[in-house]
Design a protein. Sequence first.
Lengths: 451, 431
Amino acid sequence: MVIGFAVIAWFTARIRAARLRPIGGDRPHSLPGYHGWYVALWLAIPALLFLTVWSLVLPGLVEQSVLLDPAAQALPESQIERSAILGEARALADGSLGAAFNEEAEALIPAYQEASNFYGVIGIIATLLLAFACGAYAFLRVRPDFRARNRVERVVMWVLLIASLIAILTTIGIVASLLFETIRFFERISIIEFIFGTHWNPQSTTFSDDPGSFGAIPLFWGTILIGAIIAMIVAIPLGLMSAVYLTQYAPARIRSIMKPVLEILAGVPTVVYGYFAALTVAPAIRDFAVNFVGISSASSESALAAGVVMGVMIIPFVSSMADDSLAAVPGAMRDGSLAMGATNSETIKRVLIPAALPGIVGGVLLAVSRAIGETMIVVMAAGLAANLTANPFESVTTVTVQIVQLLTGDQEFDSSKTLAAFALGLVLFIVTLLLNIIALGVVKRFREAYE
Amino acid sequence: MNTAIASSPPRQPTDWSADAMQRRIRARYRAEKRFRFYGLFAVLLSAGFLAFLLVTMISSGARGFTQTQIALPVNFAASDIFLEPGQLEGDGRDQLLAQADFQGLARQSAITTYGEEGPGLLSNGAWVLLRDAVSADPSLLTRNETLWVPASTEVDFAARGDSGSRQSEARDVMILRYAELEASEQVRRTLSWNFLTLADSSDPTLVGIWGALKGSLLTMTITLLLAFPIGVLTAVYLEEYAPENRWTDIIEVSINNLAAVPSIIFGLLGLAVFINVFHLPRSAAIVGGLTLALMTMPVIVIAGRNAIKSVPPSIRDAALGIGASPVQVLTHHVLPLSLPGILTGTIIGMSRALGETAPLLLIGMRAFVATPPGGFTDPATVLPVQIFLWSDELDPGFVEKTSAAIIVLLLFLLAMNGIAIWLRNKYEQRW
């Protein structure tokens, strides 16, 4: 409704401003549209702000007046029961609940409806008054020499600034929520036990907080084994060689086809990879391990299956970073090597790749940070057992798997289990952040070296 | 110095035709070829993996769109359901239908036609179709009518000659039975729209993805409404107006970091802030949308900045020179010119959000939702989470449904990326 009035205000003010043609020869300072915007903004912003504040205070006010109602005297003393009944009465009054559970709640319905109607009407009247007062104030300022454009543009600047602050707020939100819960976690479980403990089994601690069950080393190891070792063994050679072939050898036509094809690999949702890993790759790898390697204990949730599929997912990242780095090596170095009689492959191996190495390493670090933060593939294909093993055919678990495991299904928020998930999240956040900062630093220095 | 050179014996020119030299050259050329082959092999292996993935999904998912149906003659008139067509016109119709024992009727009809194990041939939810048929056409109640209802998972597996979870003996019996039924035209396989119109269910013959798809659409609406304006405004601010100071640096650093933060961290943020602090409803599309918006925004900002950066400064200078204000330069020139780039980035960010699963698991969008969500605050699930949930189901009938859902998801992503590429090719200008 306020928006509707603002639109009307925009038109009326525009018309009025358009009528203000030259007084004494000068043109009006601002175009009519700016006057329209000026009035509309004055009308809408204070009113909307008031509405927001009002809707925040409203439940409190309604509850106050309901508690003054004679029917509320019968409410039990305890705070929890009291608020439960009040909540039920609220749901009954606005129709979101069909039938009453407590009799007290039913008795409160009329009081609730009355109070919310009363305060609702007050809110609407106050909003309208505010809107009209501010609108009228702005409307009266529409004059030829009024600098409406500058004022409107100042508002636009503020809007832009506020929008860009949301990024900071998100970062602060992430850090604060992770830190806050993590500190509460470390009040219960010692930080040393968490970082250096080798036994992870939080599902066993239903009631007691057994600190011995929160040792995260097996998780860190599982994450590194899958994300930084197996996935990279797959992704680095394939990604690097793909980039080399596509930039140095492939005819333009093949390059223009294969490059987007590789990029599709990065666009496939991770849940699809996870399903594929669990359904097709993992059984194949288990059969392979049992029949050919002779490991009869091979798990169908092996680290290898998750790692290989994750490696495939990472190929395009490695490939495109290597591509950029190779392209950044000055052409003169390549030409010089070729002119000395080196073959193409010798040039690539002895000149281009060493020269591009910092860039490639940076790209690999970025890929590692992407891999250790990856969730769905490991949730679906890697196991839950926190094993500390280097055998890729056995099941290991990762940080992200455990975060999902600890936070799904569990409704209570204060147990050590849920808090542990936030502590793991903080570790993950810090590690990926560090990897990214280092990687970007390396890449930047490398770029500067050739500029 | 001259003497030093003169004293060493003059170097012989390399004898290229010597055997040793020829061998070396051959070895070098072989290495060259090998290296080149490794490159080609790497590319083909990566592409082959993609092809293998797609073929696996399509071949096992194609069946998910079909349904094995079985003919069920139902004698409504002689049944235990004492309803008259006239009774179903008033207000109490839903209640009357709910009270009537359609489940027993379906059972009874199956036994009459197919013998003792007849009910096992029907899907567990087949009776719902009977009820819906009566609801749609009350005059059925006075007639004897043959309805096509979904067959059970076992029949479905027999239809493709597959064992499913049954043991081989039972399987063979079922396959023989199926052949008989097929000969008497009492079963059929049809392309069924049910998969696209139904919601989640515990019975794989009756599941559909409409519920998840609708949840995805609601979530994406919220994400787009928040991430697009905020992302574009931030990009504009950073690229056009931001003074070079500490604040701007902080904003830039946090955006670049947010773009690299693992998605699951956003799930933790959503859980801690939106659900535990603001008490928004768990499992709702609005929380999912908010969380994904925070994740998508940096992508849009980065794409938007690049698009705005590529608008040549001469255009800005010209507009400023003829008296436009900074905001006019922006709205009349810079934004229209950079819009294709911004939209391309937005679509790519949205397609990433559409395929995102992990953060939504954490904020509880993994609930079993049997009715499509009606609004932003209803419990909902989204396509990727639905795929995850179905992949966990033990019933083998879910395998093809999961793959079919993956096909739908991939088609959506393909369409979005196709639009993005088309936009880029059509509107991108090189200055």
